[in-house]
Ligand binder design. Structure first.
Ligand code: PBG
Length: 328
């Protein structure tokens, strides 16, 4: 082809592995990940979540082994979810000083002081009805729930949690939690707000894992309509104004447009939550031999960072850290 032919040769920059690595714009690092873990009561319990192969409910003793593995892989943060049998109307287990998350946090921080423990601050795993707050007249009572959420956050900070991540989508949760943390002497503890959380069918497997399916109705009066974009910006805006230090967008895969908009409009770290249903779909296809799991997962998670996520909460974190090590 003559030199004068007028078109661009984009393939020049794709000609070899070294060339492609040189011009690569987005990278995954083990430190980008927060690994979610389900904690159960008892001893020597390791229940695989049926819809999430490779993900387990773990009792304290086995939790420590798993955390060690995570830490040795270079992952620097975990988020805990508690699974308990003894639930009540107001979710007392969420804010008990010796609650499951509080105890797990103490244990893990004692062994791994450098690891960042993120506490999911919600009531749904602890209420008998499975909703994320207190029920009055068949709906969640916003302001009553806030009081319990604030208590939960303070009890988690007391137990040593490094980051408080409120996820129940009550209005004002960041303001109320910030205030409660400050008053209790935890002004140094950041809030990672589930600011933009959609009412999503992608949470199904999580609700099995955490035993938190609502016993009546759904979460549509507090979680967002998947059809909405401006509402996401309003949610993010008020949470930042109330003092959120990080913003979570959840789910991730079908909401990358929202991740990008939140990244472009706010100047705090943005976290994409690659949720349980996203994990389950990929696992199922992989187990059937229908897709190349490693290639697909790396592509999918890279796309979240490309969309603007600074951090990713993912059940695939351990696998990614392993794959990154293989490539070193
Ligand atoms: C609520 C909470 C949920 C998830 C994380 N925190 C579930 C829900 O809203 O029903 C879902 C995470 C996932 O699907 O991986 N405390």
């Amino acid at each position: 082809m003559s030199e004068s032919t007028n078109f661009k040769r984009h393939r020049r920059l794709r000609s070899s592995l070294a060339m492609r690595s040189m011009v690569r714009e987005t990278h995954l690092r083990a430190e980008d990940f927060i690994y979610p873990m389900f904690v159960v009561e008892g001893e020597n319990v390791k229940n695989e979540v049926p819809s999430m192969p490779g993900v387990y409910q773990l009792s304290f003793d086995l939790l420590l082994d798993e955390v060690r593995e995570v830490y040795e892989l270079g992952i620097r943060s975990v988020i805990f979810f508690g699974v308990i049998l003894d639930k009540d109307e107001i979710g007392t287990g969420a804010f008990a000083e010796d609650g499951i998350i509080q105890e797990a946090t103490r244990l893990v921080k004692n062994e791994f002081p450098e690891l960042l423990v993120v506490a999911d601050t919600c009531l749904c795993e602890y209420t008998s009805h499975g909703h994320c707050g207190v029920i009055h007249n068949h709906d969640v009572d916003n302001d009553e729930s806030l009081k319990l959420l604030a208590k939960t956050a303070v009890s988690q900070a007391k137990a040593g949690a490094d980051i408080i991540a409120p996820s129940n989508m009550m209005d004002g949760f960041v303001a109320v939690i910030r205030n409660a943390l400050d008053e209790a002497g935890f002004s140094h503890i950041p809030i990672m707000s589930y600011a933009v959380k959609y009412a999503s069918a992608f949470y199904g497997p999580f609700r099995d894992a955490a035993d938190s399916t609502p016993q009546f109705g759904d979460r549509k009066t507090y979680q967002m309509d998947p059809a909405n974009r401006l509402e996401a910006l309003r949610e993010a805006e008020s949470d930042v104004a109330e003092g959120a230090d990080f913003l979570i967008v959840k789910p991730a895969m079908s909401y990358l447009d929202i991740v990008r908009e939140v990244r472009d409009n706010f100047n705090v770290p943005v976290v994409a939550y690659n949720v349980s249903g996203e994990y389950a779909m990929v696992k199922a296809a992989a187990q059937n031999g229908w897709i190349d799991e490693k290639a697909l997962v790396m592509e999918k998670l890279t796309s979240m960072k490309r969309a603007g996520a600074d951090l990713i909460i993912s059940y695939y974190a351990k696998d990614v850290a392993n794959w990154l090590k293989e490539n070193e």
